[in-house]
Design a protein. Structure first.
Length: 451
C-alpha cells in the first residue's frame, strides 16, 4: 500500500510539471526510437540479404572462381588453362558428391533489341539445362533448350520477365498478360527466337506492395510490379534474375566466341562453373573431391578457388554486425544523454521541494519513503519516455523508408522493444539514485528553514 501511494505521488508530481517532464523524457524518447528503428532496419536488411541468397541458388551452391596461380607456381602461370568445358565433364564423371554442375559462358556488355527498342540486360549467358536447378528457375511459359538446340547451336533463348517488360511492354501498361513466345529479338545483332519465359521473381516487400495495389481498383493491373531504374538493379538478386537472357552454351560459343574470348578448340574456356553439393553436411568432402578432379585436369596448376554461400553469409553477418554496432552506439549515447537529463531535472526538482520534503519528514515520512518517491519518479519518467519512444520508432521507420527506400522491409522486433524499455528503466534507476539519496538525507529542520 505504501509503495502504491509512493507511485501515485510520483505520478502526480510528473503530471504537475508536464512540460518539464516531457523535456526530461526527450533523450529517452530519442534513444529508444533510434534503437528500435535501427534494429528494425538491420533486421529487414538481414532478411533481404538471406532472401537474395536463396534466390541466387541456395546455400548449397558453390562458385568455382578463377584465381592467380600461387607464388610457387608463377613459372607455370602462362600454362594455366582457366575454367573449361573439360573441367565440367570431369566433375560430372568423377565428383559424385556434386549433384549439379552448371557451366556458363557470358557475353560481356550484350545489347538486346527488338525493333527500335534496345537495352542491356543483367547478363546474356550460354548455359546447359542444369542452370534451372542451379539458380532455382521455374518456367512460366514455353520450354527450355533441348539437346537438339544445344547440338545444332540453334538461335533460341529463354528470357526473364524484365526483358519482356523492356522489349514488349509490361502487363501493367498493356492491361493484359504479354507472352512473347515465338517472337524474335536480336542479341548483338544476331537474331534469336524466344522459346520460353521464366516466372517473375520479387522480394517479399515487392509482393506485398503488388497485392496491396491489386486490392485498390484504381491500381489494378495484370502481372507483377515492373521494376524500373537503378533502385532495383545493382546487386538486387531479383532484378538480375528477371533480366537474364539464356541461350544454349554451344550457340554462345559458335556465334560469339570472339566476344567471349573462348577460342580454345575444342576445350572452350568458361566464364563460370557453378556446382551444387549433395548435402551441406558433405560440403568439405565435396569440395575436396572437386579440387582433386580439377588438379588433374589443370595438370597440377592451382588457378582456381571455391566460393561458397557460407562466404557470402560471413560477409552479410559482418555488415549486419557493423550496422548493429553503429545503431547501438547512437542509441546508447542518446539514452546516456537522457539519463543525465533526468538526473539534472530531479536535482532541480529536489531544490524546489526542499521545504515540502522537510514537512513530509516532520509529520513522519521516513528517509526510505522519500528515497523511493524520488527514485520512482525517475523510473516512471524513463519508462514513459520509453513507451513514447516505441510509438515514435514506428514513425521513424516509415520516415527512413521514405527518405531512403530499399528492397528490404524493416521488421520491428518485440524482443528489441522489451530490451529498450528494460534498459530505459535501468537508466532511470541509475539516474535517480543520487537525487533520491540526497533527498532522503535532508535534515527536516534545515529543510523547513530553507528559503
Amino acid at each position: 500500500m505504501i509503495l502504491i501511494n509512493t507511485i501515485l505521488i510520483g505520478l502526480k508530481e510528473i503530471w504537475t510539471h508536464k512540460f518539464r517532464s516531457i523535456l526530461t523524457m526527450l533523450g529517452i524518447i530519442l534513444g529508444v526510437a533510434s534503437l528500435v528503428a535501427m534494429a528494425a532496419i538491420v533486421k529487414g536488411m538481414e532478411n533481404g540479404m538471406k532472401e537474395a541468397l536463396i534466390a541466387m541458388g541456395g546455400l548449397d551452391k558453390v562458385l568455382i572462381e578463377q584465381q592467380k596461380v600461387p607464388v610457387h607456381q608463377n613459372h607455370l602461370r602462362d600454362m594455366a588453362p582457366g575454367r573449361t568445358i573439360r573441367d565440367v565433364y570431369a566433375l560430372k564423371e568423377s565428383a559424385p558428391l556434386l549433384k549439379v554442375v552448371s557451366p556458363e559462358m557470358a557475353l560481356e556488355r550484350a545489347l538486346v533489341a527488338r525493333g527500335p527498342k534496345a537495352y542491356r540486360p543483367s547478363e546474356v549467358v550460354g548455359v546447359w539445362k542444369a542452370v534451372l536447378d542451379m539458380n532455382l528457375y521455374e518456367l512460366q511459359h514455353g520450354r527450355f533448350f533441348n539437346e537438339l538446340d544445344e547440338e545444332s547451336a540453334n538461335n533460341v533463348c529463354v528470357i526473364g520477365t524484365g526483358v519482356r517488360d523492356e522489349l514488349f511492354g509490361s502487363p501493367q501498361e498493356a492491361g493484359r498478360d504479354i507472352v512473347p513466345l515465338g517472337q524474335e529479338i536480336r542479341i548483338n545483332d544476331q537474331p534469336f527466337t524466344i522459346v520460353g519465359m521464366f516466372k517473375h521473381y520479387e522480394s517479399e516487400m515487392d509482393r506485398k506492395k503488388r497485392e496491396e495495389g491489386l486490392k485498390d481498383p484504381s491500381q489494378q493491373a495484370v502481372g507483377p510490379v515492373r521494376q524500373r531504374g537503378w533502385g532495383g538493379r545493382g546487386w538486387n538478386a531479383f532484378w538480375r534474375k528477371n533480366n537474364m537472357v539464356y541461350i544454349p552454351l554451344n550457340t554462345m560459343w559458335v556465334r560469339f566466341r570472339a566476344a567471349t574470348g573462348t577460342n580454345n578448340v575444342p576445350d572452350q574456356t568458361l566464364t563460370d562453373i557453378d556446382v551444387k553439393v549433395a548435402s551441406l553436411e558433405m560440403l568439405e568432402p565435396a569440395l575436396q573431391q572437386a579440387r582433386n578432379v580439377l588438379m588433374v585436369t589443370h595438370q597440377g596448376i592451382e588457378d582456381f578457388n571455391f566460393r561458397t554461400q557460407e562466404n557470402q553469409i560471413e560477409d552479410i553477418n559482418k555488415r549486419i554486425q557493423n550496422a548493429r554496432l553503429s545503431g547501438g552506439i547512437i542509441a546508447g549515447l542518446s539514452l546516456l544523454v537522457g539519463g543525465i537529463g533526468i538526473m539534472n531535472i530531479m536535482l532541480a526538482s529536489i531544490n524546489e521541494r526542499i521545504r515540502e520534503i522537510g514537512i513530509c519528514k516532520a509529520i513522519g515520512a521516513t528517509g526510505v519513503s522519500i528515497f523511493l518517491q524520488i527514485l520512482i519518479e525517475s523510473v516512471v519518467i524513463s519508462i514513459l519516455g520509453a513507451l513514447l519512444g516505441l510509438a515514435a520508432s514506428k514513425g521513424l521507420v516509415v520516415l527512413l523508408s521514405e527518405l531512403s527506400p530499399t528492397q528490404n522491409t524493416p521488421v520491428i522486433q518485440t524482443q528489441v522493444m522489451l530490451v529498450a524499455v528494460g534498459f530505459s528503466a535501468a537508466v532511470g534507476i541509475v539516474a535517480g539514485l543520487f537525487p533520491a539519496v540526497k533527498a532522503a538525507r535532508l535534515n527536516p529542520i534545515a529543510a523547513l528553514r530553507y528559503e
